[in-house]
Design a binder for this molecule. Sequence first.
Ligand SMILES: O=C(O)CCC(=O)C(=O)O
Ligand SMILES: [Fe+2]
Length: 425
Amino acid sequence: NEASISSSGEVHISNDPIPPNEELSIKFHNQSPHRVDLYWDDGEYGHQVATLEPGKLGSVNSYAGHSFFVTRHGVKEGLFADVDTPNEHRLIYTVSGKSRDEQFIIPANAAPSNDVCQDRFSICAQQAVQGACERSPGWMIVHCCKSCDPYLNSRELIDPAKRCSVDHLNTPPPVWKAGDLNSMFESWMNNATLDQYGLEVLSAPDCKKYNATWEKCTDGGPWVVIFNNFLNDNEVADLIRGGEIEGYERSTDQGAANALGEQEKIVSMTRTSSNAWCMHSCERLGGVRSATRKIEDVTGIPSNNYESFQLLNYGPNQFYRSHHDSSMRDDTPPGPRILTFFLYLSDVEEGGETHFNKLGLSVKPKKGRALVWPSVIDKDPTFWDSRMYHEAKDVIKGEKLAANHWIHLNDYVTPNKWGCTGSFS
Ligand SMILES: O=C(O)CCC(=O)C(=O)O
Ligand SMILES: [Fe+2]
């Protein structure tokens, strides 16, 4: 029932029922210690509608009969009430439609379940029946553990220590051993088939021997080479189109991992560009496939060791501050990124150079040009080359479009499929 106060000060109680199609403003009070994401349950994977800080009140517009669920912020781990008692239940809120100011409480004891093997979404059971557990085991084990258990033993494999073990993944040996990095670059030097790509050495361990064109090249330096005409117009166009199909989003960094091996995405302050990951329909574009095949031919490293193309878009004043593409040591199943194949998909009127901070070397964007450098050292390809810090200078005028193909020491595709790379996109 609705109460209203008229201008004369009388209180009227209305018995009119609320029409079922009336939009209602529903309040959620987050009394839990967690930062939570609020999802409208659309019967599939849910739509995130709000993020609520601990202690805060938020409101969403909704309709009678609609349901909502809450998860820990950034990961889709559902929250439950009374997790230490047998009464534990998933927090699901259904709009009653009986009041115009319905308020729901996310209680102080809301927490992820002690049993990590849960179905997070309404659609899990149906997806499992349709074969999704076998097709995308990593994602499904973590998000639809209950429904996948009969197919995949997901209750056990949800533990990343089991799911991501060497025994379970059973991937081929590393592509490089000591000395192979140098051998690859050296083999490029007298390979006539690479002439068509306009190979130019900027920095190398022996500047004279390899005709390095960078005037500050110093002997003993790392390899940095460019292929001035690596991509043709069709490959450039398909990579750009692929990025548009996937949709560019503001770049994020990866945060800490939870017990299931999921990492939260955090909006990056050191990287203001947008990016898109080339998956599914993007990966099927002819020009995208031929770009990958070219890189396989040139490097001799199979595309199973590559991350998906990451497409980059920088507008005026956007940048990516100094960073390394690898870490000092990387014990994850794919191993470190050993090589970056960086592709420029546009010219830039002013700014946007890739600058190697420690070397003092800048490379100008040019449509179709590839810039290639290793992130590890020749004598131990599991260890980073600390000289390879680099940044993307601010774009001053124009737009910069580019793409990364990061190449790992080990198979990347298999661990990624099993949810062993921190990414569950
Ligand atoms: O945009 C550039 O020039 C470099 C980008 C980069 O280093 C990266 O995406 O890791
Ligand atoms: Fe980088």
